[in-house]
Design a protein around this ligand. Structure first.
Ligand SMILES: [Zn+2]
Ligand SMILES: [Zn+2]
Length: 390
C-alpha cells in the first residue's frame, strides 16, 4: 500500500523578485496573470499596480491613496475589477467604480464572485454581508460569533465558508436575499487565520493560529477531517495548486510548506479517556481513589497520536513522524505503535522551505506557477514554484 505512493515532486521555491517600496505592511497582493504584474494594498493606505520591466524589476504603474489603511481586496482578472475599482486595459489607470458602506469597523475579508455578481465581505463589526455588485445594494447579512478572518465561496452550490477567531468554520447557504446556517466545523484550538476551498475535489482547508491545518473532506461524504501538522508557528496563508495537487501553506515564522495532496492520509484517532495507562494499567495522578487503593504513585496521562490510547510516559517513550496522519514532526507514540511504523511510513509527504520573512499573506498564480509572499518586513517576494528538472 505504502509502496504505491507517488514520490512528491521537488518544488523548491526560487526567488525571482522583490518589491520593497512600501511604508507599511502589504496586507494583500495578487499576481496579475499574463501581465507579469502585481496589485498590492497596504496599511500605508496605497493601492498600487506594479508591472515587470525588461530589467526583471517591478515598477509602479498606477497608484491610488485611500482615506484609510487598506485591509483587503478582491481582484477579478477577467473583468479587471478590483473590489471597487476597474483597472484600465493597459493597467495605467484605476477607475473608481463603487463604494460599499458595508461595515461599521474595519473590513477584514472581501471576495468578489463574478458568476453571481456578488461582493461578499466580513468586518470587525462581526457581520458577514453580501452585496449585488451591479446595483451596489446590500442583499443580506449574517451575524457571526466572532470576527471573521477566512472566507471562501462555492459557486456551484452557493455555500459560503466563514472561518472566525473562535476557531470555528460556519457553512452558510446563500440565497439572493437570505441565508441559512448549514453546519459548523470545530477542530481548531486557535483563531482560523486562512481558508482555502478546492471546488474540484470539494475539499476545504483551514489554517489556524494553533499551528495546524485541517482538511475537511466535504465532497467525500464521509465527513473526514485530516490534520496537517508541519508548522511551528501561526499558519498565515493557504493556496491550493489543483493541477499538481499541492497545498502551499505559510507561517509567521517564515516557513513555506508544500504538501503533496496526492497521498491518502488517515484521520487522527479520538483521544481515549482513561483513569489508568491503557498499556501497563498504572493509574494517572488525578485518580485519587484508585491511587489510594493500589498504593501506587500516580502518573501523567499522555496520548499516543497513532492509536489514541491514554498511556503513561514510560509506555510512550519514543517519538516518530507519522506523515500519513499529517504529522510531519515527531510526536508521541506508544511503544507498540512505534514498532509498527516502518521506515517507508516515515517518508515525508511535504517539503519545507524558508522564505526568510515573516509572512502575512500568500497568493499562488496557477498559469505562471508563481507564488507571491508578503511579509511584516514590508516586502513582497515573488517565487518560481515550477518543478526543478534534475
Ligand atoms: Zn504505562
Ligand atoms: Zn499507540
Amino acid at each position: 500500500m505504502a509502496a504505491e505512493q507517488p514520490t512528491p515532486q521537488t518544488r523548491k521555491p526560487v526567488l525571482l523578485s522583490k518589491i520593497e517600496a512600501f511604508q507599511d505592511i502589504v496586507t494583500t497582493a495578487v499576481i496579475i496573470p499574463k501581465e507579469d504584474g502585481v496589485i498590492s494594498v497596504s496599511e500605508d493606505r496605497t493601492i498600487r499596480v506594479w508591472l515587470k520591466r525588461d530589467s526583471g524589476q517591478y515598477w509602479p504603474s498606477v497608484y491610488q491613496t485611500m482615506p484609510n489603511s487598506c485591509s483587503c481586496m478582491s481582484f477579478n482578472p477577467e473583468t479587471r475589477r478590483l473590489s471597487e475599482f476597474i483597472l484600465a486595459e493597459d493597467y495605467n489607470k484605476m477607475i473608481p467604480a463603487r463604494t460599499y458602506h458595508a461595515h461599521q469597523g474595519r473590513v477584514l475579508v472581501v471576495l468578489f464572485v463574478l458568476e453571481m455578481e456578488w461582493l461578499l465581505s466580513t468586518g470587525q463589526d462581526k457581520n458577514f454581508t453580501w452585496h449585488c455588485s451591479e446595483s451596489g445594494q446590500q442583499l443580506g447579512t449574517y451575524r457571526t460569533a466572532a470576527c471573521v478572518s477566512g472566507l471562501q465561496f462555492d459557486v456551484e452550490t452557493r455555500h459560503a465558508f466563514v472561518g472566525d477567531q473562535s476557531g470555528q468554520v460556519t457553512i452558510l447557504k446563500l440565497e439572493q436575499d437570505n441565508c441559512s446556517m448549514v453546519t459548523t466545523f470545530k477542530g481548531h484550538t486557535g483563531n482560523v487565520t486562512a481558508l482555502c476551498w478546492d471546488p474540484g475535489q470539494r475539499v476545504l482547508f483551514s489554517g489556524s493560529s494553533d499551528h495546524s491545518i485541517i482538511m475537511w473532506d466535504i465532497g467525500g461524504r464521509k465527513g473526514t477531517a485530516i490534520e496537517l501538522q508541519g508548522h511551528n508557528d501561526k499558519v498565515q496563508g493557504l493556496c491550493y495548486a489543483s493541477h499538481t495537487r499541492q497545498l502551499i501553506s505559510c507561517s509567521s515564522d517564515g516557513s513555506i510548506v508544500i504538501w503533496n495532496m496526492d497521498v491518502t492520509r488517515q484521520e487522527t484517532p479520538e483521544w481515549l479517556d482513561s483513569d489508568s495507562c491503557q498499556k501497563c494499567e498504572q493509574p494517572f495522578f488525578w485518580n485519587f481513589k484508585q491511587m489510594w487503593d493500589s498504593k501506587k504513585i500516580g502518573l501523567r496521562q499522555h496520548h499516543c497520536r497513532k492509536c489514541g490510547q491514554a498511556v503513561c510516559g514510560k509506555c510512550s517513550s519514543k517519538r516518530s513522524t507519522i506523515p500519513l496522519m499529517g504529522f510531519e514532526f515527531e510526536v508521541r507514540v506508544c511503544d507498540r505503535c512505534h514498532e509498527s511504523i516502518t521506515e517507508e511510513d516515515r517518508a515525508p509527504t511535504a517539503s519545507f522551505h524558508d522564505s526568510k520573512h515573516s509572512m502575512v499573506h500568500i497568493h499562488y498564480e496557477a498559469t505562471t506557477g508563481n507564488l507571491l509572499t508578503s511579509g511584516t518586513d514590508k516586502v513582497i517576494k515573488l517565487w518560481d514554484m515550477t518543478p526543478v528538472v534534475s
